[in-house]
Design a protein around this ligand. Structure first.
Ligand code: BGC
Ligand code: CA
Length: 345
């Protein structure tokens, strides 16, 4: 009798898992419709708007190709971690198959991971990199991004080349005087772009002198305000403006134009559409392509595989089991046309 009862309860458990599909490790199941919850740290960020557009395009392409409905629920956390936490709870309550999160505070990712793991929902972080312990310590947690160090180095190489070819040493002292516009404090791209851009320049045997550095939070208006201040303090002494992204570089160019003095060399990162125009116009010497399309494609490929219970390693190149790294590319007048053709063609 006892044996019979155990058998019955096991049968019941099997039936339960079959019916609800929550057998822990889901097998490949080819869903007919997939819901992905996406939370952006700020909806007004230029680069993240590019990511948003590319995500929508990739999802549409997949729908057309496979006849599977993909619903992207994209929310703006407006720079507030509490708002983002609420959005994640709502996504889970709605039964999203996968979450794509661009964390407001990249050191606060573990709270979001706990919520998602409790609901057995995989999470893909992007653009704002959580610490390795958060990504690595549990199952289906991933990061899609690009190496911040690489973007810094490529930007520095642009400047090193210009130093050799363009006669930047305005005061003839053999030293490159620069200012550095930084992104948000604590963001991996601010810290590493700042460090490695200069390392690439000094590594090319160029002596540098930092006149000033300050955060302008990725923002064009704040970039212009900082630059105005530096123009008053250092004016013509500034030979190069390094900027951690294009929006702040464009802000610096706004301020320099208004001033009307001799233009220093300005470099950015992202290769957004307005930055590409500024390179074409000769206002921005160069930038580094932050591949929004590649990152969005990797996120969608990964998300769809996870939603179907397929092996994520079969659709993207996973490093250390959790990371997808997209390469950066340097952009200047020499290859601008080719880049524009690829991005807009
Ligand atoms: C981009 C910036 C953007 C930031 C937001 C960076 O990778 O270069 O333009 O504002 O990410 O997290
Ligand atoms: Ca000099």
């Amino acid at each position: 009798m006892k044996k019979y009862c155990i058998l019955l309860s096991e049968l019941w458990l099997c039936a339960f898992f079959l019916l609800t599909g929550c057998a822990g490790t889901k097998g490949a199941e080819e869903k007919k419709s997939i819901r992905i919850g996406v939370s952006l740290y700020r909806g007004d960020d230029t680069f993240l708007n590019n990511i948003r557009g590319e995500l929508e395009r990739c999802a549409k392409d997949f729908e057309q190709e496979k006849g599977v409905k993909v619903t992207l629920d994209i929310q703006d956390a407006k720079g507030n971690q509490n708002t983002q936490n609420d959005q994640v709870e709502r996504f889970l309550a709605l039964g999203c198959d996968v979450l794509c999160i661009n964390p407001v505070d990249r050191t606060a990712a573990s709270v979001l991971i706990d919520k998602a793991m409790a609901a057995q929902t995989p999470v893909i972080f992007f653009n704002r990199q959580p610490v390795a312990e958060d990504i690595n310590y549990r199952g289906r947690v991933f990061y899609v991004g690009a190496s911040a160090e690489e973007s810094g180095r490529l930007q520095g190489e642009l400047v090193a080349q210009a130093w050799k070819e363009e006669g930047l040493d305005r005061n003839g002292d053999g030293v490159l005087q620069y200012v550095m516009l930084e992104g948000e404090p604590g963001h991996q791209d601010s810290l590493l772009r700042t460090e490695y851009s200069i390392e690439a320049v000094t590594g090319a045997g160029i002596e540098v002198e930092k006149l000033a550095n300050a955060p302008a939070n990725w923002n064009r208006g704040q970039g212009a305000a900082r630059m105005n201040q530096w123009i008053k303090e250092y004016g013509e002494r500034i030979e190069v403006v390094f900027s951690n992204n294009d929006d702040m570089a464009l802000g610096a160019i706004d301020a320099l134009r208004e001033w009307g003095g001799p233009m220093p060399l300005v470099v950015g990162v992202d290769a957004t559409a307005p930055a590409r125009e500024a390179v074409a116009a000769g206002d921005l010497y160069g930038t580094v392509l932050n591949d929004a399309r590649g990152q969005a494609q990797a996120m969608v490929d990964l998300a769809l595989a996870l939603a179907d219970g397929r092996d994520p390693g079969g659709v993207v190149e996973l490093q250390e089991g959790h990371y997808v790294w997209l390469p950066y590319r340097r952009v200047d007048r020499d290859n601008l046309e080719e880049i524009v053709r690829e991005l807009e063609g």
